[in-house]
Design a binder for this molecule. Structure first.
Ligand code: ATP
Ligand code: MG
Length: 860
């Protein structure tokens, strides 16, 4: 068989000598589908987007209009019809899970050669760029990636050392400040130069600087660094940027509305027609040869397609900016915009409900989204007494829909605003035996024992990783106390070496007890023995098993009488299983972007406890998705093109990298799990891009959703409303909206008025199964005098359908009696008809915004 001519690029990947539209000489069984077949099932504007050539193109359209479908088909068309080499395609999705899905869709359409594409998240793509080229900044290519918890630990150390008052400078707040800087591509030197002396910000900037120094010393990057550093790298080295521009001839980005400035800058570096490198970036290279590269002849910019919906922008708290969508045409001159208007996902009723909510946001471009799926069922509304009753109602309906053949468990999802809300559903679902899966929440990789095990692996893989080394120095307890640790740290500081190096020089440490010294020595022996395993190329699972055994970690848990330790043991066994599967090539760690895909939650809860005071550590959750890991598929065209085989890098480094990039959306059930029939519980943020036959939007209470913090901030409220729009538009056929009158938070019952989003849905679209009127048993009694148990027994699931109630007419100054909050006076009213709201001052119970249609309120 004739061999195509291949060269090796700077990634070590074998690629054809000429990128672009030239057909590969190898006869391709890839082109399975004709051009017509690839365009099949697309409407005219969708086709246009798939066929478009040349100038940058933006597809803006509402939810469910086929944006993701267009993106996937376009890649298939590029490879299948335009004969673009798959290795020159870079597609960015929001989660690795979405990336895996997109890959397999394209492979289905055009065959195995599509495996050469880069389909990944921004973070994964940047890791790949950095692994290959970060050496130019004088950093090691095997750098560690610190996830959120590692970063927090490091920042805590920094804050302690800088003696920052924890009350004035909570670690989370410092971290957010630093994160914002990084998302804006502001490095610590620039940040330091910008703040004024003696200001609060000066302390943040100092912490930023110290934090970066320690990261660098540990050869580590945090998540925000991944993007920022990749951008700085491309800016500092025009020749490098040019290499990537020559490589990626087609760049496609899904969910563009959720890109932040740094991500935008990356796309710009890769795709902009005019390239401007600000001179100051030269100073950013850490000891590298910044900016010294000769000027380059620029390649034609690659073809760029981004798709998004500004109404679904829900990551502003992480620096995402709708600006990127709004300014696309000026950012990329000559760009074309294509709009899609037909929604293929939902019934007209569901769409109308979504539209009614989103139109309340000021300053948005109106959209004309329609569906020909018919009106379908009304939106079901339900007011429960407590969150337990709400869960009970949901469980009952899920069962009913399944029995009636309307929605299988696997086609049903329950959404809530914050992770902690899953608890009530889990309790009820377990009790009634309803199979479910929680996405996010208690994360496997955040468990202490799992983190300890990972810290061992990291310390072995990179002895300069101080955070990891110090984490496990005395875990399990081996008699190395704070004083010994402090002495090692002093030596490290004095000699400007890493903690790990200092450990290897025990003899230079003065005043160390003999016993401590010998403990340190045996710890070093343990680590050295495993470093040797790495050097010999032992696979990740062997190293993990060995270190868990030889460190005594397993035997300590085995010997413990504490039942929690049994769970810990199981989790470690699970981790070993994960590593085995990773090594054998069925990367169970499919899926997922990094860390927190949930929305911002109040970061007040102490570690290990959620905001409802519930201890973290529920059931074990491991990804079910089994797909080939996009990060570890070797880009060897010989193999890929011939056999479609994916070669897996089984090394410890590869495993750690994978682990670092995994997070909670890995647990989105795979199609297998769906057919097995599992209800999905997830936060609204995680639900982005997905669709389900039946959707339960729960906790619709002002103060819960919209989140408490958003009530006084119009910008945050607008973001919460977009979140509601995302939630509603996930539903294909059935939508339920529910709320609880009383909800436990930190153990104290709280009463929240109905979510304003509920009142924004027109009445004609609603079928209220139960309203607050039905909640009679507690009227005129004090809430706090009752326990949750009595709430549950008074009114449960299946209460009689309530009658319509008379909506009181109120004006400012009126006095009212609320069944829960007691006496109050009306401060202001707003809205009209069914939407009338009143702001009522209830004295010590606070100022509440009430929907007059729903509030149990009497005018006095
Ligand atoms: P979101 O904004 O929620 O990410 P989206 O715009 O990406 O939505 P898709 O997920 O691509 O929309 O499509 C929504 C649903 O509509 C999917 O089930 C998809 O298969 C289907 N769909 C899209 N276009 C068409 C079409 N032309 N004909 C039939 N079904 C379609
Ligand atoms: Mg989509």
């Amino acid at each position: 068989m004739p061999q195509p001519s291949f060269g090796v690029d700077q990634f070590g990947d074998v690629v054809p000598d000429i990128f672009g539209e030239r057909p590969s000489p190898r006869p391709r069984k890839a082109s399975r589908l004709s051009a017509e077949a690839l365009l099949d099932g697309l409407n005219p504007p969708q086709r246009e987007a798939v066929l478009h050539e040349g100038a940058p193109v933006l597809v803006v359209a509402g939810a469910g209009s086929g944006k993701t479908r267009v993106l996937t088909r376009r890649i298939a068309y590029l490879v299948g019809e335009r004969k673009v080499h798959p290795g020159s395609v870079l597609a960015i999705t929001f989660t690795n899970k979405a990336a895996a899905e997109m890959r397999s869709r394209v492979i289905e359409l055009v065959g195995n050669r599509a495996k050469l594409m880069w389909v990944s998240t921004f973070h994964s793509a940047c890791v790949r760029i950095l692994r290959s080229d970060i050496g130019r900044f004088g950093m090691a290519r095997n750098f560690s990636i610190y996830d959120d918890a590692d970063a927090k630990r490091l920042m805590q150390l920094v804050a302690n050392d800088l003696e920052l008052d924890p009350k004035r400078f909570p670690v989370r707040v410092i971290m957010n400040w630093v994160s914002n800087c990084k998302n804006e591509l502001v490095d610590h030197e620039t940040a330091r130069a910008r703040v004024s002396e003696g200001s609060l910000e000066q302390s943040y900037a100092e912490a930023y600087g110290e934090y970066q120094r320690r990261l660098a010393a540990a050869d580590a990057l945090d998540f925000d660094d991944l993007i920022m550093t990749a951008v700085h790298l491309l800016q500092a080295f025009p020749d490098l940027r040019e290499q990537y521009r020559r490589r990626f001839r087609h760049v496609l980005v899904d969910e563009y509305q959720d890109t932040n400035h740094a991500q935008y800058a990356l796309i710009r570096e890769l795709c902009s027609a005019e390239i401007d490198t600000p001179p100051e970036v030269v100073s950013l290279s850490r000891g590298g040869q910044g900016g010294s590269s000769p000027p380059q002849v620029h390649a034609e910019p690659p073809e760029l397609m981004v798709v998004g919906d500004s109404d679904q922008s829900i990551y502003a708290f992480r620096g995402a900016t709708i600006r990127n969508i709004n300014d696309f045409e000026s950012d990329f001159p000559g760009a074309r915009t294509i709009m899609l208007e037909q929604n293929y996902r939902s019934t007209q009723t569901i769409l109308s409900a979504a539209n009614a909510v989103i139109v309340q946001n000021a300053g948005r471009k109106p959209k004309n989204l329609w569906s020909d799926a018919g009106d379908g069922d009304l939106v079901v509304g339900y007011v429960a007494d407590t969150e337990h009753d709400e869960a009970q109602f949901v469980a009952g309906e899920v069962d009913r829909l399944s029995d009636a053949g309307e929605a299988r468990y696997g086609d049903t999802a329950v959404f809530y605003r914050t992770n902690a809300q899953s608890r009530a559903f889990e309790e009820v679902f377990i009790r009634v035996g309803l199979p479910y899966k929680v996405v996010g929440g208690v994360r496997f990789y955040e468990r202490r024992e799992v983190r300890d095990a990972i810290a061992y692996l990291r310390a072995i893989s990179n002895r300069a990783d101080d955070v990891s080394v110090r984490r496990i120095l005395n875990v399990p307890k081996r008699g190395i106390g704070d004083r010994a640790e402090g002495a090692v740290a002093d030596l490290a500081a004095r000699e400007r070496i890493s903690f790990g190096e200092a450990l290897r020089r025990v003899d230079d440490i003065h005043g160390l007890a003999t016993r401590s010294a010998s403990q340190l020595r045996s710890f070093v022996e343990l680590m050295d023995a495993h470093e040797a395993m790495v050097a010999e190329g032992a696979p990740a699972d062997a190293i993990l098993t060995s270190v868990l055994e030889r460190s005594g970690y397993l035997s300590e848990l085995q010997g413990s009488a504490d039942p929690q330790d049994q769970t810990r043991l199981e989790n470690l066994i699970e981790l070993v299983t994960v590593s085995r599967e990773f090594v054998s090539g069925v990367a169970v760690l499919a899926a997922a972007d990094y860390g927190d895909v949930d929305g911002p939650e109040d970061g007040q809860a102490p570690d290990g406890v959620d905001e409802f005071g519930v201890l973290r550590g529920g059931s074990l959750r491991v990804a079910e998705g089994r797909s080939v890991d996009p990060l570890t598929v070797a880009l060897d065209p010989e193999q890929d093109l011939a056999a479609g085989a994916a070669e897996v890098d089984a090394s410890l480094g590869a495993f750690l990298e994978r682990v670092a990039l995994v997070a909670d959306s890995d647990q989105i059930p795979s199609p297998d799990a769906e057919s097995a029939g599992v209800v999905t519980l997830m936060t609204l943020h995680t639900a982005k891009g997905l669709e389900f036959d039946a959707v339960f939007l729960t906790g619709c209470e002002d103060g819960v959703f919209p989140h408490q913090r958003a009530l006084s901030d119009p910008a945050e409220l607008a973001e919460e409303r977009r979140l509601a729009y995302v939630g509603i538009t996930r539903a294909r056929k059935r939508l339920y909206v529910s709320r609880a009158v009383v909800r436990a938070a930190w153990g104290t019952p709280q009463h929240n008025p109905p979510s304003r989003f509920l009142t924004e849905i027109p009445d004609r679209l609603m079928d209220w199964r139960r309203t607050e009127r039905a909640v009679t048993s507690w009227r005129n009694t004090s809430a706090t005098s009752r326990s949750n148990t009595s709430w549950r027994t008074t009114v449960g699931y299946g209460a009689p359908k309530p009658q319509a109630r008379v909506v009181p007419v109120l004006t400012a100054g009126d006095r009212v009696l609320h069944s829960t909050f007691g006496l109050g006076s009306v401060v202001a009213t707003s809205g009209a008809g069914d939407d009338t709201k009143a702001d009522v001052d209830f004295g010590s119970a606070g100022l509440k915004r009430l929907s007059l249609r729903h509030a149990p309120l009497e005018k006095l």
